[in-house]
Write a protein that binds this ligand. Sequence first.
Ligand code: GLU
Length: 553
Amino acid sequence: MNDNAKLAELLFPDIQSTPEELEERFPLRTLPQGARVTRFAPSPTGFLHIGGLFAALISKLNAQTTDGVFILRIEDTDKKREITDGVSEIIKGLEAFGIVIDEGVIGFRQEKGSYGPYQQSHRKEIYQTVAKRLVEQGMAYPCFCSEEELNQIRQKQEEQGCDIKGYHGAWAACRDLTFEQQKALIEEGKTYTLRLRSPGKEDGRITFDDLIKGKIEMQENVQDVVLLKTDGIPTYHFAHAVDDHFMRTTHVIRGDEWISSVPLHIQLFKACGYRAPKYAHISPIMKEDNGGKRKLSKRKDPEAAVTYYAEKGYPKESVLEYLLTLANSNFEEWRKANPKEPQSKFPFNLKKMSVSGALFDLAKLRDVSKNVISLFSAEAVYEGTCQWAKTYDKEFYDILSGDPAYSLAILAIDRDTPKPRKDIACFSEVRDYVSYFFEEPQDLTEQMPENISADMAKEILEAYLSAYNPADNKDEWFARIKALCEPLGYTPNVKEYKKNPESYKGHVGDVSSVIRIAVTGRRNTPDLHAVMNILGEEKVRARLTAALEYFSR
Ligand code: GLU
């Protein structure tokens, strides 16, 4: 046995498995040609950032559009960042937006897929199997330096003005310890980390093709980075290489804050004898702020947390639709040409992603969402609103679900037409949108256009109360309103009014405004004929009468 083999045995006496066995346990996948295996690999910090959701969506789309596999892996090797239940927050978050995973963690101690475990804290033996082989090959070594000693090294490097600081080359004090020295220190009970013996050179360069950002050239890694911490748990970097190799990931898609780690990651793949995956680094979602641009921030922007969208009641389809507009600039054009196609049909392309970072715009999200909701069926709006209200507005939930037929009829007005109305951006707005169906109108004067006095309103209401016939169809209903005009001094013809405004008190629009305000308390509503039908004769008469009294005061 040579010294490296002896050292490997000394460091990992309990590890019996070999990397070859792992290769067999996690065989190459048999997938159609061109299929991509992608993963979303968050730490369980309990906070799903909209940027995380965006990255997950992009990874998912890449797998989906190529008949590949999308994995959820939980990267929980850094216990400091973990919070209780952080994992279920992430799973819930993805589920809420309909991002279905093919493999990975699906709940507490629950996984699906045969390339697991998918939670890093359950993969210790796998990492140590690979680490043991690296030690046997002389590619990794134990480092006994204390925090203090590491600080001293750094301080000296500062004093000497070294370009490249850190634990590397001649600075790496434990790099060249003999086996006897290592053995003695271990037997003494000294704690140690396991470090990579980096083959990188200070003047070495590395280039790689990023699928979003293009060709990137960087200084190669020279650091003898820590692979296993003192407790034998891997660092993120080492775990990433091992996991993405054995999960057979083909495309690593993640935030561009990881670009600076790519030289190290590629070196790690090589050191382990693995083929590196393809990389695609997503620019962060930006926000306009004081004329400048900055990253959407967890601290400053409520909309950075995906829970924001659930609280406001944005349907998942809207958020995804909006994220797609941020992802590919040609999405909107595609949507215009294919208004009813499911999002999954969009030919997503990584190469069309913004290199500088897409700009997040709530107003745009609202527009997109209004459009999405306008195409929903009344049942879908009802279900979505009830689901939202159950958690966030119990009183409204009781109102809505108290009479489903009435609620559904209200939500069906002006839907399923070639030009559906686009009034609702999120379910939390439905209550206000439909409130006049459940509450009597107030403050009528406030709504009344300035050109209509209380006396004019009174006259119109009086006339309409005797003309109103609940059996009218829409045409008859409107004809009746028009017929009121001339006797009251209004014209049924708007064009005519524009020509000779001085000859009339107003036009048919003013007459119907008065009726609308009396019945609903609003100047603007969906189809008033439908509204009145749903309210029913009794309520309509009562409201017209109440309004008449109101304007007679
Ligand atoms: N666990 C890393 C994170 O929290 C994942 C980075 C990667 O996708 O490789 O962002």
